[in-house]
Design a protein around this ligand. Structure first.
Ligand code: GLN
Length: 231
């Protein structure tokens, strides 16, 4: 395909909000970007003959960065939504997620969705969790730049619950927060993650879909999935 040598490989500039483990976060020591999304986009880039360069930024800055041409693709646990679909192209879904509720370990008052009414909620700005929280009757919603900051506020007692993506909540509790926090209730919904590209760059969107399909067929996708979610 094009006969490109690695030195001539084209660069795929990726934007991500690297505070969303296990999808994208920074290795504590090396500060390198790691996670399921990072491995996946590196594999996709390789499949396409591109060198992948990852750039960290705020989640709410990803779509503007795509629109401004500062990045080629956003890979950031980003849910495919109709509203975002007006501004960017999404790849085929690559991960099925959904929102869930996190409360303090000793909270006996919030057990399910209906108990959120009138409560103080923490969310990450610009996310589906934020949109969801804003629809809860009489809730006081506080928006944070990153999911870890929302968890910190819960720990500090400043809010009653966090609404955030279930796999990220699970990872947080498993790795750091099991003494402090717990997930309650059923998942609030089902969401699909997609890789976002600029509206006008339909060629790239097609290439990404093709590469994703290839990786699913070859078993490479499953390997990456196992690495981060296998137990
Ligand atoms: N999946 C959620 C969304 O798309 C949260 C993504 C994130 O915080 N990285 O809004």
């Amino acid at each position: 395909c094009g006969g490109k040598t690695p030195q001539q490989a084209k660069v795929l500039k990726i934007g991500t909000d690297a505070a969303f483990a296990p999808f994208e976060f920074q290795d504590e020591k090396s500060k390198e970007y790691i996670g399921f999304d990072i491995d996946l986009i590196k594999a996709i880039g390789k499949q396409m003959g591109y060198e992948v360069k990852v750039q960290g930024m705020g989640f709410d800055g990803l779509i503007p960065a795509l629109e401004a041409g500062q990045i080629d693709a956003a890979v950031s646990g980003m849910t495919i939504t109709e509203e975002r679909g007006k501004k960017v192209n999404f790849s085929k879904p690559y991960y099925t997620s959904g929102l869930s509720i996190v409360v303090k370990q000793d909270n006996a008052a919030i057990k399910e969705f209906k108990d959120l009414e009138g409560k103080r909620l923490a969310v990450q700005i610009g996310t589906t969790g934020a949109n969801f929280a804003k629809k809860v009757k009489d809730a006081k919603v506080r928006e944070f730049n990153t999911a870890p900051e929302a968890f910190l506020e819960l720990k500090a007692g400043g809010v009653d619950a966090v609404i955030n993506d279930l796999p990220v909540n699970e990872y947080y509790i498993a790795k750091t927060g099991s003494k402090d926090a717990k997930i309650v209730g059923k998942p609030l919904n089902s969401e699909n993650y997609g890789i976002a590209t600029a509206k006008k760059n339909t060629e790239l969107a097609q290439k990404i879909d093709k590469a994703l399909e290839d990786l699913k067929k070859s078993g490479e996708y499953d390997k990456i999935y196992e690495k981060w979610f296998g137990r």
